[in-house]
Design a protein around this ligand. Structure first.
Ligand code: GLN
Length: 451
């Protein structure tokens, strides 16, 4: 713990932590030490973990990196936090992120952008930017993030870490601040597959406080990692052909494919012709859900309240106008428009149908193949400020990550080393619903072959 405190101090300029829990972490460490001495320690004994600042930890601030919740203290802990603590992990602090997890560069945070440790002039990715940089710069062993449309996988990719988004319904979201509920998931950022597997084992499984969690049995993910298993892998041709794809990422992925083949996996190129519909469907649906979820921040129930308002309407208006940042407002307005009487059928309903088509297509592919391979991001980490003025350009960055989010299937981003400028490159792998075992097995053996 002392080592990580020092690391955090030495990397302050990266702005990864919104708060370090010095007191509660030390207290937990002492408890865990006692248990270790008595040989009663849990499966995560001594694992030092950071949590994204949209996950509730009782009696600690939780802000979603928003002015709206700047002084909000969590009245209870998220199920994921309780599960970490029950297995004797130590929670070291809360990590900077995009405001309400809306963004892909960590630049919408009320507390300023997170900087990439590979090049502090560049973004960490988002929305779980702090979660990625904390692992990248060894400020803790592993972190929790949330992934609605790529927020675990994309920053992990920009920072050379492993980002796992499990199947929708695998991990409880109780106590996680909602953005778009039919997409939101908790995921992990780690530097090894072993850690990802162990964490998933602890975090996954039914929760009486979240009815969207599946009660499917939780396999012993860690035990499946080294089993020799030949897989049939589909590469989405259009994603590699995409003009937007950085040539160095393409080359790294093609080399990765050769490694997979050399290891005895069967790799085939397949067509995926719905690429153009991913980003529009994702943003229509998530904006709609966000506008509904964020209606609770009214200046009365939670968080920021304007002090000068003369009546209730003004209180709502001023509190929301001052409490939310521009990206959150853009999405609330867009979502409200999409859900309004005259446009619901044209946008929301239509996007739901497109989502179904995408999901059917992916499920169909995953009935013929064990895994699907595609890039995580079109480019390596971009410069801070490069896209912030053009939301559409920023949204297009999500083209490869929202596929798994629209379909609900598990997905992982895996590091492929750095480009010449020292920026991390990566590849994404998807597997069938609740087939994290196969996904982790393939990932583990692939990363071992690469190194
Ligand atoms: N960049 C995407 C968005 O802004 C993903 C965010 C997320 O997964 N939380 O919606």
């Amino acid at each position: 713990l002392e080592y990580y405190f020092q690391q955090i101090e030495d990397h302050k300029h990266l702005n990864a932590f919104n708060e370090v829990f010095f007191l509660s972490a030390k207290k937990q460490a002492a408890l865990v030490q006692e248990k270790i001495d008595n040989q009663t320690a849990g499966r995560l004994a001594g694992m030092v973990i950071g949590i994204k600042d949209n996950i509730c930890y009782q009696d600690h601030l939780v802000t979603a990196s928003s002015r709206m919740l700047e002084n909000f203290v969590a009245p209870y802990s998220a199920t994921v936090v309780e599960r970490l603590l029950a297995e004797d992990a130590i929670i070291i602090g809360r990590l900077n992120c995009d405001e309400f997890a809306m963004g892909g560069s960590n630049e919408t945070s009320y507390f300023g952008p997170v900087r990439n440790a590979a090049d502090p002039e560049r973004v960490a990715g988002g929305s779980s930017g702090g979660s990625a940089v904390a692992v990248q710069a060894d400020m803790c062993l592993a972190t929790l993030g949330t992934d609605t449309g790529g927020s675990v996988r994309q920053p992990a990719a920009f920072c050379g870490c492993i980002g796992l988004k499990p199947t929708y319904g695998r991990i409880s979201r109780f106590g996680v601040i909602a953005y778009a509920s039919s997409f939101d998931q908790v995921g992990t950022i780690t530097s090894s597959i072993d850690d990802a597997a162990l964490l998933l084992e602890v975090l996954a499984g039914p929760d009486e406080k979240d009815s969207t969690v599946s009660d499917a049995a939780v396999p012993a993910y860690s035990e499946a990692l080294n089993r020799p298993q030949k897989q049939k892998i589909a590469v989405l041709q259009e994603t590699l052909d995409s003009k937007a794809l950085d040539p160095e990422i393409r080359t790294a992925i093609l080399n990765g494919i050769e490694t997979l083949k050399a290891d005895g996996h069967e790799v085939e190129y397949v067509s995926f012709d719905l690429l153009d519909y991913l980003v529009p469907a994702y943003y229509v649906l998530t904006a709609a859900e966000a506008s509904s979820n964020l209606s609770r921040y009214d200046g009365v129930h939670y968080g920021y309240r304007n002090k000068e308002a003369k009546d209730l309407n003004q209180l709502y208006k001023l509190s929301r106008a001052e409490g939310f940042g521009p990206e959150v407002k853009r999405r609330i307005m867009l979502g409200t428009f999409i859900l309004s009487a005259g446009y619901y059928d044209a946008y929301y309903q239509k996007a739901q149908k497109v989502r179904r088509l995408i999901r059917d297509k992916i499920e169909n592919l995953l009935s013929q193949y064990d895994a699907i391979l595609l890039p995580v991001t079109p480019t390596p980490a971009f410069k801070i400020g490069a896209h912030i003025k053009d939301p559409l350009v920023m949204y297009m960055e999500d083209i490869f990550t929202v596929l798994a989010s629209l379909s609900g299937v598990p997905a992982i981003s895996l590091p492929l080393g750095n480009n010449e400028a020292g920026l991390p490159l990566s590849v994404q792998v998807l597997a069938g619903h609740f087939n994290e075992s196969a996904l982790l097995n393939l990932s583990n053996r692939f990363l071992n072959s690469l190194s």
